[in-house]
Design a protein around this ligand. Sequence first.
Ligand SMILES: N[C@@H](CCC(=O)N[C@@H](CS)C(=O)NCC(=O)O)C(=O)O
Length: 210
Amino acid sequence: MASSDPVFHTNPMSRGRIVRWMLEELGIEYTTVVQDYGTGMKSPEYLAINPMGKVPALEHRGVVITEAAAICAYLADAFPQAGLAPAADDPLRGPYLRWMFFAAGPVEAAVTANSLGLLPPAEKAGFVGYGSFEQTMDALEQAAASASPWLLGDHFSAADVYVGSQVDFGLAFKSIPERPAFTAWAERLRAREAYQRARAKDDALMPAKD
Ligand SMILES: N[C@@H](CCC(=O)N[C@@H](CS)C(=O)NCC(=O)O)C(=O)O
């Protein structure tokens, strides 16, 4: 383990699972620091890393990156040998960024609002970034249906990790509707070795059940 390896702040019951999967896809060395809810995450030491007091966060090469989507995109660029992001001059960089931002913005916001019963009235759809929950799910379904086998075609990328995680978590927590395109893509994602390695590592960190 070199001192230049990323330091990954997480909790096994969090969006940190997305970043763990990304780290495992890269196949790199990294240090895991588990932050406890309420205590570790709100400590002055951790708030100096992420003033939101939330996980995941990544420390690497003297900078801090927060936001699961940004961490996945950062890691894909920082470790280009893994080929998990189209290069800046590749047209596929367009859809790659499109779906990453769509999932981190409209999808996250729509799913959260729907789960909390806080969806805005239909007449405000033009004002709301995600329009409506249904509209966002329909667009996400189109993306999932186009994944053949991956979001960018043959090229598995960080967008499959991040956008795919929204679908995977959404199906598991029943926060998105079960549609064939979601299920088929999620099944392909769950079959990946790195996904399974990440899951096993996080499951091993879960508190023991009485
Ligand atoms: N926008 C952030 C959300 C991070 C987030 O909400 N993390 C939750 C766990 S999934 C958390 O740390 N909650 C602890 C708290 O807010 O006290 C991301 O995408 O990474």
